[in-house]
Design a protein around this ligand. Structure first.
Ligand SMILES: NC(=O)c1ccc[n+]([C@@H]2O[C@H](COP(=O)([O-])OP(=O)(O)OC[C@H]3O[C@@H](n4cnc5c(N)ncnc54)[C@H](OP(=O)(O)O)[C@@H]3O)[C@@H](O)[C@H]2O)c1
Length: 306
């Protein structure tokens, strides 16, 4: 599988990554099998967060990593901080430092390759975050830093204070969640799709060489379900199948390829817990979508073009 230079940081990450938010439903043996299958399919990047399963996902992932067929140093491990149970956000220095220590303990690791701030904290003090990042970098506990669900001005606010270049923004993006694309296509218009919900985050990320990590790549709505082979979306699925046949691959690979075709050094964070499915998604490189095919998928998903 193709690799990208993650946010120009020098970290070489597979374009398809495995997110382990849902790994808590697996037992240890199944979790090891999932990691091995991902790695054998070319996936070297794993996305965690402290809140997934209230820490359980990091524990299961960390234990599985110990028994996987590859070495820890062969892969990149990411986790996130900043959401605390009860739905509030805490980017205080104390919380960031304590939560990273707790994550490392659960993961049974000395360091994570990347740490993301999970969702914007309105009360954030960028200088305080900068102190936390410096401490984490100097102690070797975190190699690179990024954000998730941030708009461009929130990134700017943080970036002017932290010395490290923020390398990634993890955002919801899929064929059925295209707000950051719709607004750009409908610039200067007055219809619903012209409403700019994300502050031109796509263009901002490209301008600043921040990798967009697409979360929930196969879901519609906010965890409403999977659109792949879902009878609610007949046109989209017909097109996905047509292109899967053309490129001798599967529909998941085509839906992932559609995201990866967006030139923002994009990564797909697949959340499957199925060892066969991650191997299917990892075939995304096979679907070398033309411009016409990319736009036809966008239209088949129910969008329009001016
Ligand atoms: N930064 C954020 O705010 C944020 C928010 C949400 C998620 N994330 C990250 O993004 C990752 C992916 O999110 P997600 O799990 O919602 O994404 P997803 O890959 O779109 O959805 C995966 C889920 O869909 C199911 N599924 C059923 N049929 C499927 C099919 N044909 N193809 C693919 N999946 C199918 C999977 O079941 P099986 O397991 O049986 O395959 C699994 O339960 C998470 O693990 C997490 O790391 C980040």
């Amino acid at each position: 599988m193709q690799k990208i230079n993650l946010g120009n940081s020098g970290l070489s990450a597979s374009r398809v990554a495995l997110g382990v938010m849902r790994i808590t439903k697996l037992d240890h043996k199944q979790a090891v099998n999932l990691l091995d299958s991902a790695y054998n399919a070319g996936v070297n990047f794993f996305d965690n967060a402290d809140i997934y399963g209230d820490g359980e996902a990091e524990k299961i992932f960390g234990a599985a990593l110990k028994y996987a067929s590859f070495k820890r140093s062969d892969v990149l491990v990411q986790t996130k901080t900043g959401i605390v149970p009860g739905h509030r956000y805490d980017f205080s220095k104390q919380h960031i430092l304590e939560s990273v220590d707790a994550s490392l303990k659960r993961l049974q690791l000395d360091y994570v390759d990347t740490l993301l701030l999970h969702r914007p904290d309105v009360l954030m003090e960028p200088d305080e975050i900068a102190e936390a990042f410096l401490t984490l970098q100097n102690s070797g506990k975190v190699r690179q830093f990024g954000v998730s669900n941030f708009n461009p001005m929130q990134v700017e606010l943080l970036q002017q204070a932290v010395p490290q270049k923020l390398i990634a923004n993890q955002l919801q993006l899929s064929l059925m969640h295209t707000g950051m694309i719709d607004a750009g296509l409908h610039t200067n218009m007055t219809d619903d799709r012209s409403v700019n919900h994300d502050g031109a985050i796509l263009e901002y990320s490209r301008l600043h060489k921040m990798t967009i990590q697409a979360w929930s790549p196969f879901q519609y709505g906010f965890f409403a379900g999977v659109f792949i082979d879902n009878p609610k979306f007949p046109d989209l699925n017909a097109k996905l199948h047509e292109l899967a046949d053309k490129y001798d691959t599967n529909v998941n690979a085509v839906a992932a390829a559609w995201i990866l075709r967006i030139p923002a050094n994009t990564q797909v964070i697949a959340g499957t817990t199925n060892a066969n499915r991650i191997a299917q998604v990892a075939e995304a490189d096979k679907a070398k979508l033309t411009r016409e095919e990319w736009y036809s998928l966008y239209l088949a998903a129910g969008n329009d073009l001016p």
